[in-house]
Write a protein that binds this ligand. Structure first.
Ligand code: NI
Length: 169
């Protein structure tokens, strides 16, 4: 099924998600539904709180369905290593039309579980490193606009309010 995407300022996006403890058929169905919902929304990453489910689960596919090996499922992910710095523009399905440059680590290594509960390690650089950090932030209740300077964040919040008033949010 395709879940609708939850948008800011829904409180579920701003609270830490609960660890996944049960790895069953229902969880695997949820993972499949998250990929389907992400593709439907034209995204390359989606975290469970963005479909209204407060669980530490995220999916990423930078190839957008072109390469099956690019499909990444991270359950209960923990960052175990970071290196360097990169500053690039980001967007988010929960913040439509909002884009800004965000400071992130250049390289990241995470330990997580897959849909079967098996422990996995995933390393990323460039866009993958950015996507992993952006999605893990979602599991901690942090949206990318809250990684901006206060000035830039306030500008973006003003833009959101304007879109809301215009009924375009
Ligand atoms: Ni996002």
């Amino acid at each position: 099924m395709i879940y609708p995407i939850v948008k800011f300022p829904d409180p579920i996006l701003q609270q830490p998600a609960e660890p996944v403890t049960v790895f069953d058929a229902e969880l695997r169905k949820l993972v499949d539904d998250m990929f389907t919902s992400m593709y439907d929304a034209q995204g390359i990453g989606l975290a469970a709180p963005q479909i209204g489910i407060s669980k530490r689960l995220t999916v990423i596919d930078l190839s957008f369905q072109k390469k099956p090996e690019d499909k990444i499922v991270l359950i209960n992910p923990e960052v175990i290593e970071i290196k360097g710095k990169q500053v690039e523009e980001e967007g988010c399905l929960s913040l439509p039309e909002i884009r800004d440059r965000v400071v992130r680590a250049a390289e990241v290594k995470v330990r997580a579980q897959d849909a079967e509960g098996k422990s996995i390690e995933v390393e990323g650089t460039e866009l993958l490193a950015r996507a992993i950090q952006h999605e893990i932030d979602h599991l901690d209740g942090i949206l990318f606009i809250f990684r901006l300077s206060r000035l830039k964040r306030d500008l973006q919040l003003r833009k959101i309010r304007k879109l809301q008033r215009a009924g375009e949010w």
